[in-house]
Design a protein. Sequence first.
Length: 461
Amino acid sequence: MADYDVIVIGGGPGGYVCAIRCAQLGMKVACVEGREALGGTCLNVGCIPSKALLHASHMLHEAEHNFATMGLKGKTPSVDWDQMKAYKQSTIDSNTKGIEFLFKKNKVDWIKGWGKITGKGEVTVDGTAHKAKNIVIATGSEPSTLPGVEIDEKIVVSSTGALSLPKVPKKLVVIGAGVIGLEMGSVYARLGSEVTVVEFLDNITPGMDGEVSKSFQKLLKKQGLEFILGAAVQGVEATKSKAKVTYKLKKDDSEHTLDADVVLVATGRRAFTEGLGLEAAGVTTNKRGVVEVDHWKTNVDGIWAIGDVTPGPMLAHKAEDEGMAVAEAIAGQQGHVNYDVIPGVIYTAPEVASVGKTEEALKEEGRAYKVGKFSYMGNARAKAVFEGDGFVKILADKETDRILGVHIIGPAAGELIHEACVAMEFGAAAEDLARTCHAHPTFSEAVREAALACGDGPIHM
Ligand code: FAD
Ligand code: NAI
C-alpha cells in the first residue's frame, strides 16, 4: 500500500498548486521541497521579489517626475536600498508563509529536503524512502549562461544576484533584452544606474508583436536605458569590483567593450533536473534537458511532469494551470490547459501584455486578419495619470471577426489582458468586446475602443 496517492517534487507554482488541488480532490499528498521556503523560483527569487522592486522603484519615479505637477511638493525621497530589500524580503516571507498555511489547511505534507526518484513509485529524501502511486516532477528551472561568461553572483549575476545586490551599481550592463533583462534593467535605471542592454537579435523581446516591441524600446530609451542590438557577447572579464563585457556587432563583425560595475546575464533559463535520478528512472528528456510530456504524462507510467521543467513558456501561471490539470488527470478527470490562451506580461512602466497570435505570426500563416488599434492618448483616465503612452491592438479574423490576438502596451496592461483572455476562451468576436459596456473612466475603455476599431471605428480617436 502506497504511503501517498501523489508525491509532488518541487514546491513552486506548479508543484504547490498541484499538491493543493490533489488534496482538494481527496488524495493523500506530499510535496518535497529542498529550499527553506515554499513557493519556488516565483515566490523566492522570481515574480514576487522582482515585482516588489519594480513597485518601489516606480514609486520613486512618480515622486521624481509627476508629484510636483500634481501639486505634491516637497523633498523627493532618497533611496534606502537596504530598506527596499527588507521590504522585498517581507513581501517574499508573507507569500511563502501563506503557502505553508495553505498546505496545513489542505493537509498536504511538506517533506523538507531534496527528492530523488529511486524506484517505481518511490521518492527518497535524506535517506528516507517515501512511496506513492503517482509522482509529479515540478522541479522548475535555473538561470543559464553563455560560453565565456561565468556567473559569480557578485559582479556577474543572474536574476537571483540582481535581486539582492549589496548596492545600486553605477553602471549595469544587461546581457539579453528579454523579460528579466528589461524588468531588472528598469528597476536599476529608476534607482539611478546607467543601464546598457546588449541583445543578440535586432529587436528587443523576441516573439513579441513587432509594433509593440518597437514602441516598447522607444519608451524604455526615453527612461534612460541604452540598447546595443545585433550584438553577440564574446565574454565577460570580471575583477573583484568591475567587469568588462566584450561583444561583436553582427553587421560588421567589429569588436567592442563595455565597462560595468555589475553585469546581469539574462539570456534565458534551463530546466532543472539535477540529482532527480531521471536517467535511472527511464524518464525521457530532450537534448536541452526538458522533460518530455504528453498531457503532463512522461514516458514512464505513474510519473508526470509540469511547469518550467517541461516544454512551453516558462511562466508561473502556465505552471499553475498545469498543476491543477495534472491533479485532475490523476484523479481520473479530464484536466485542461488552453495553450493558445496563455497571457504574457512584462511588469515595466508602461506594462506590456499579450495573448494569442502576433501580427507577424498571422502573416506567416497567411491568415486574413484585420487590426483594431487605439492609443491611450484618447483615454481620459490614462491622460489624468500621465500614462498616455502606448496602445491596445486587437487582431481579428477578417471574415469572422473572431479575436486572434491582443497586444497592449500601456497602463494596467497586465490586468486588461484578461478581458481579452476571457473573450478568447469563449471564442468571442471583436464586436462582442465592442458591444460590452465598459465603465468610464477606466483604462479598459481603450480595449473596447480597439475592438470598435475592428468595426465601424473608435469614438475617441
Ligand atoms: P519553480 O518555481 O522553479 O519551482 C521548482 C521548485 O522545485 C524549486 O523551489 C526547487 O527548489 C524545487 N526543487 C527542484 N528540484 C528538487 C528536488 N530534487 N527536490 C526537492 N525540491 C526540488 N513568471 C511569471 O509568470 N510572471 C512573472 O512576473 C515572473 N517573473 C519572474 C522573475 C524572475 C526574476 C524569474 C527568474 C522568473 C520569473 N517568472 C515569472 C518565471 C516563474 O518564476 C517560473 O515560470 C515559475 O516559478 C515556474 O514554476 P515551477 O513550479 O515550474 O518551478
Ligand atoms: P528571455 O528568453 O525572455 O530573453 C533572453 C534574451 O537574451 C533574448 O532576447 C535573447 O535573444 C537574448 N540572448 C540570448 N543569447 C544572447 C547572447 N549571446 N547575447 C545577447 N543576447 C542574448 O529570458 P530571460 O529574460 O532570461 O527570462 C527567462 C524566463 O523567465 C523567460 O522564459 C520568462 O518567461 C520568465 N520570466 C517571466 C517574467 C514575466 O512573466 N514578467 C519576468 C521574468 C522572467
